[in-house]
Design a protein around this ligand. Structure first.
Ligand code: ADP
Length: 200
């Protein structure tokens, strides 16, 4: 089983790279933002989620932790997961580690997509034309970036001490970022080398 985690500020391309990885390695792409947006459309917690997302703030830990655990439980026998947008603070990271441990699983690689705030903002504003996301506007982007710097970046240290952190330059084109990531995975997992080569 291959369990990956992808980090980066809003606009870094986490979702794009996570879908490419999910396809290449047949992983379950778990995007916390997507899960929340779906719940927001259909579920009873919609109003509450909207309030947080549209303020650029994190939704309460209890809510997202439960949603992620439910999603993991639904796919215990697959090839693995790529976590995109989760965890976003230390409490969530510890909860994820604990939960995976109870299942005899763990995270193997943490990919950190690096991108400066200026480029991130430009990308999201461009995306806002087609994304239909109510949080893709200048004011909310600023608070999402601030939440990322304040609450999520401390996690990088947490995974660095576990020897799992890999930094990637998120500024080049999608394909080239994906090549960097694929190299990292190939080098880390020899059993995946053949499979990756076959998919190329
Ligand atoms: P981005 O990374 O571009 O901000 P996401 O779709 O990952 O986009 O997240 C959008 C919003 O969803 C966040 O601003 C936050 O309100 C909420 N959210 C997503 N993931 C989490 C999480 N792990 N914990 C709390 N809130 C979350």
């Amino acid at each position: 089983m291959l369990n990956l985690l992808i980090f980066g500020p809003p606009g870094a391309g986490k979702g794009t790279q996570a879908s490419l990885l999910a396809k290449k390695y047949t992983l379950n792409h778990l995007s916390s933002g997507e899960l929340l947006r779906q719940e927001r459309e259909n579920g009873p917690l919609g109003v509450k989620i909207k309030k947080y997302q549209d303020a650029g703030q994190l939704v309460p830990d209890s809510l997202i932790i439960k949603m992620i655990e439910e999603a993991i439980k639904k796919d215990l026998n697959g090839n693995g997961f790529i976590f995109d947008g989760y965890p976003r603070n230390l409490h969530q990271a510890k909860a994820l580690d604990r939960f995976l441990k109870t299942l005899g699983k763990n995270i193997q690689i943490v990919l950190n997509l690096k991108l400066n705030s200026k480029t991130a903002t430009e990308r999201i504003l461009l995306r806002s034309k087609t994304s239909g996301r109510s949080d893709d506007n200048k004011k909310i982007i600023a608070s999402r970036l601030q939440v990322y710097r304040q609450q999520t970046t401390p996690l990088l240290e947490y995974y660095k001490t576990q020897n799992k952190l890999k930094n990637i330059d998120g500024s080049p084109a999608i394909k080239s970022v994906f090549q960097q990531i694929s190299e990292i995975i190939k080098n880390r997992f020899s059993p995946f080398r053949k499979k990756a080569a076959a998919n190329e």
